[in-house]
Design a protein around this ligand. Structure first.
Ligand code: NAD
Length: 512
């Protein structure tokens, strides 16, 4: 039976209700973990509010889900892609119908503002329409053969059972980047969502169930990384692992996948920079920096955690930025007046505060605003950190090199454009970058020379659209791209086909 529906009531309204207990989705059925164990999912804006209990799954649950996916695969791979796409269109329509409820639940379980969770759900809707449209394309190539009376073409083949592991910061958008292209290509999947956002993925999977997707094509198993994620990665039936999360975990997964000869796509951390040149529109640059640094409380892989600013405008830019940052309102993301929500959990709170301390003491950066936990009044039971700006940060400082993943940004002075580019490229990551300038020549040089998978001109580091490739270089990725047509290269293998209709043995490359 499906687990109980959830609601987005306030904690006080829920005082007398026991939070619902949810289930795994395996072979079209809802079931608890085999051990019966669960874990609690807390609202980071008010930890007294338990969103629900979710199965604390282990290898045996992964085994059951992978078996279901393997059983469904031979039939699903033979369903024509346009028919597979029809299920995806239906899921898109269900998400449109339920967008508000899904988004409210998402804010409640991971904290970002309702405006942003609506954007997250919308991204999955966009992805549904984009991917489903490809069901009638999914083009291969035909080409000429070097031999007479011979036909040559290449087509996409599915891979098999895919293991999908996702983070909590885009609870529906990221699963949609993986599940939709995977099943459109004819694969079946098992998804292990982040332990902080199982409810959003539960709601997403419910949409597949309602759309009538055959049992076993999409399976969901909730639980922790080491006990539920790791068995999925090493399971012998899993042919492809698609992971989004930290670089640290991604590297472990890459090694395990390599050891077992599996295909593996990784989307990992970032240390993204906005370059502000002396000819930039400063109002626009400040607005972009505020959104880039503090949107989703800085918990985006594309967050602008470095602001590299030309010495001629740094004073003015800093003053304008700090004034805006101080005016941002912290609060529960369900409150329309909130600009910045909480960070996702206690561990993240401690990690971010730890980096702020390093910025102050070891890096000797100038703390210009924020720098502390806020726990007054309504915020007493949440994980709130004041939007934090450091000034005079050295390019090699820890806070300018490591991913913080919180509402913290570092202003780094630069001498000129060349210096700015050197600083921007001087990190171990390469996801997103942006330049604010009025000079078209510089803009093109930045686009050419920046070491990143994504580059914006006169716009912040965040704002990806689903029909363009998304991903990064260096420590951010391993050569794959999600989104865009490139996503299909992750979830399919090229098969090359030759048809010789000459009626005789013809030999390529061999002269008779
Ligand atoms: P995380 O690496 O801690 O966890 C990600 C997922 O991996 C979770 O589902 C977790 O349970 C699972 N996991 C953890 N250990 C595992 C293991 N040993 N084996 C298998 N699975 C395991 O990351 P997070 O804290 O959820 O997310 C934040 C990170 O994700 C940041 O570094 C951020 O930059 C990155 N991220 C990257 C992108 C991108 O597209 N490049 C997008 C969003 C987030």
């Amino acid at each position: 039976m499906p687990a109980k529906q959830t609601s987005s009531q306030s904690p006080s309204a829920k005082k007398n209700h026991r939070p619902p207990t949810y289930a795994n989705y395996i072979n079209g059925e809802w079931a608890p973990s085999k051990s019966g164990e669960t874990f609690a999912n807390h609202n980071p804006a008010d930890t007294r509010d338990i969103v629900g209990y979710f199965p604390r799954s282990a290898a045996e649950d992964i085994d059951a889900a992978v078996a279901a996916a393997a059983e469904a695969y031979p039939k699903w791979r033979l369903v024509p892609a346009p028919k597979r796409a029809e299920y995806i269109f239906r899921v898109g329509e269900i998400l449109i119908r339920d967008k508000e409820a899904i988004s409210r639940d998402m804010t409640r379980e991971m904290g970002k503002t309702l405006k942003e969770t609506r954007g997250d759900t919308q991204e999955a809707i966009d992805m549904a329409y984009f991917v489903a449209g490809e069901g009638r394309r999914l083009y291969g190539q035909t080409t000429t053969s070097e031999l007479a009376d011979k036909f040559a073409m290449s087509v996409r083949d599915p891979i098999g059972v895919c293991g999908l592991i996702t983070p909590w910061n885009f609870p529906i958008a990221i699963p949609s980047w993986k599940i939709f292209p995977a099943i459109l290509c004819g694969n079946t999947v098992v998804i292990k969502p982040a332990e902080d956002t199982p409810l959003s993925v539960y709601r997403f999977v419910k949409a597949f169930e309602e759309a009538g997707l055959p049992p076993g094509v999409v399976n969901m198993v909730t639980g922790y990384g080491e006990t539920a994620g790791a068995p999925l990665v090493v399971h012998p039936t899993i042919r492809l692992v698609s992971f989004t999360g930290s670089t640290q975990v991604g590297r472990i997964i890459a090694m395990q996948a390599a050891d077992k000869g599996k295909k593996c796509s990784l989307e990992m951390g970032g240390k993204n920079a906005i370059l502000v040149m002396e000819d930039a529109n400063l109002e626009l640059a400040v607005e972009g920096a505020i959104w880039g640094a503090f949107g989703t409380a800085g918990q985006r892989c594309t967050a602008a955690s470095r602001l590299i600013v030309h010495k001629k405008v740094i004073k003015k830019f800093t003053q304008m930025l700090v004034e805006r940052a101080k005016g941002l309102r912290l609060g529960n993301g369900l409150d329309a007046a909130t600009d910045v929500g909480p960070v996702v959990n206690q561990e993240q709170l401690e990690r971010v505060l730890g980096y702020i301390e390093i910025g102050r003491s070891r890096d000797k950066a100038k703390l210009l605003c924020g720098g502390e936990r806020v726990a007054d009044g309504d915020l007493a039971h949440g994980y709130f950190i004041a939007p934090t700006v450091f000034g005079d940060v050295a390019p090699n400082a820890t806070i300018a090199q490591e991913e913080i993943f919180g509402p913290v940004t570092a202003i780094i002075p630069c001498q000129d454009f060349e210096d700015a580019m050197r600083i921007a490229n001087g990190v171990g990551y390469g996801l997103s970058a942006s330049i604010y300038t009025g000079d078209v020549n510089r803009a093109f040089r930045a686009m050419r020379d920046i070491e990143a998978g994504i580059c914006y001109v006169n716009a912040p580091t965040i704002g990806a659209e689903v029909h363009l490739p998304f991903g990064g270089v260096k420590g951010t990725g391993n050569g794959h791209r999600e989104g865009g047509l490139q996503a299909f290269d992750i979830f399919s293998e090229w098969k090359t086909l030759y048809v010789d209709f000459s009626g005789r043995l013809q030999k390529a490359q061999i002269a008779d």
